[in-house]
Design a protein around this ligand. Structure first.
Ligand code: GTR
Length: 362
């Protein structure tokens, strides 16, 4: 595989040089080092690759885009349409290509890769963004927004701009905000109606320590894990459950491994369509304007698709036999989050006011 990766890198047509899988290539280089083989055997090939790359005429920006979701997911469709419209409207000066199913790395890695310009654009969730852009941790406080509409009102207004500034300081230019619905807990054991039902359950969470506190407050045990590892962990009993919105619960096939989906709706987390600052700065003002407008349209489109897709996914999991239950007493879950809020506000000066501002936004 490694020799293929290297050969593939050199012999690929020039137009594909920039889209080759550098991760495989790098890990092969690393593996050969670890195995004690001399790097010299690979070095000449690497420099041929470099020469081929240098020999390319200066031309369009080929943008590599990271996407965690599969084909036909609302975000995927919106991103693919975004890519096509950007290529068309910039007349090929910017050629974005979307790589689905997190083939370019897990979300935390991809955030770093986009920050340092190894990737050009992506759709990121603000959950795993927290460890990198601490301001965004506020979105990982459970029950922050009243509902999805409230989240959009906040993100589309002045508060959203402040978050965009915080992301830009860390190398990510926010073009628009996407929907990701409300996240609810699902598991293999029982319906969750009260916090007592979470007692002792092993629940996967996204990579952010705040979620460990959140599940602990409900009495469960949280395991931060990459999205791609969850399905197997559910089927082998390493996990009892996880939490996500309907479209992800369905498209990840987690529903096939868990019998109960309980509408705790404890998290409503915005997502961004982001561009690496370095890639952004290479564009002319005219192209920046085009890309921004197209990204706004992509956001509108994603939000529309989201509504349809959530309903379709709900129907698919119901038909499969998943038991879905309402949670009548959400206030019981919410009350358990008070200490988490207090600690968060104490550790992050200014966030108390921000939370109030968000809650007061209509
Ligand atoms: C999805 C979200 C992804 C990823 C995933 C997860 O809802 O769109 O970006 O964060 O959840 O649980 O890891």
């Amino acid at each position: 595989k490694c020799s293929l990766a290297v050969i593939g890198k050199v012999s690929a047509p020039a137009s594909r040089i920039q889209v080759l899988d550098m991760r495989t290539y790098n890990s092969c280089m690393k593996a050969s080092f670890i195995k004690g083989r001399t790097l010299k055997t690979l070095a000449p090939i690497a420099s041929v690759a470099a020469l081929v790359a240098i020999a390319l005429p200066a031309q369009a920006e080929d943008w590599r885009g990271w996407n965690i979701h599969p084909d036909d997911y609302p975000n995927t469709t919106a991103l693919e349409e975004f890519a096509d419209a950007v290529a068309e409207q910039t007349e090929g000066r910017v050629n974005p290509r979307v790589y689905n199913n997190a083939v370019l790395g897990d979300q935390s890695d991809a955030i770093e890769q986009t920050r340092n310009g190894a990737l050009d654009f992506a759709n990121f969730n603000m959950g795993p963004m927290g460890p990198i852009v601490p301001e965004t941790n506020v979105f990982s406080l459970p029950f922050l927004f009243n509902d999805v509409e409230h989240m959009h009102t906040v993100m589309d207004g002045e508060i959203g701009e402040r978050f965009a500034d915080a992301l830009e300081d860390k190398g990510l230019v926010v073009l628009s905000w996407f929907d990701s619905g409300a996240r609810s807990i699902y598991n293999t054991q029982r319906p969750i109606k009260t916090p007592e039902d979470v007692e002792g359950l092993k629940i996967r969470v996204m990579n952010n320590d705040l979620y460990v506190d959140m599940i602990a407050a409900m009495g469960g045990n949280a395991t931060p894990m990459s999205y791609g590892e969850v399905y197997q962990s559910l089927t082998t009993g390493v996990l009892d459950g996880a939490e996500n919105n309907y479209p992800s619960f369905e498209s990840s096939n987690h529903y096939e491994a868990t019998g109960y989906y309980s509408l705790t709706e404890h998290l409503i987390i915005p997502e961004c369509l982001c561009v690496a600052k370095s890639s952004w700065e290479e564009l002319s003002e005219e192209d920046q304007k085009i890309v921004r407008e197209v990204a706004e349209e992509a956001s509108t489109r994603q939000r529309e698709l989201w509504v349809e897709s959530s309903e379709e996914s709900r129907q698919i999991v119901l038909d499969y036999g998943v038991e879905i239950n309402e949670v009548d007493d959400k206030a019981a879950f919410q009350a358990l989050m008070e200490p988490m809020y207090e600690e968060f506000i104490a550790n992050n000066p200014g966030t108390g006011e921000l939370i109030e501002e968000i809650r007061a936004t209509e």
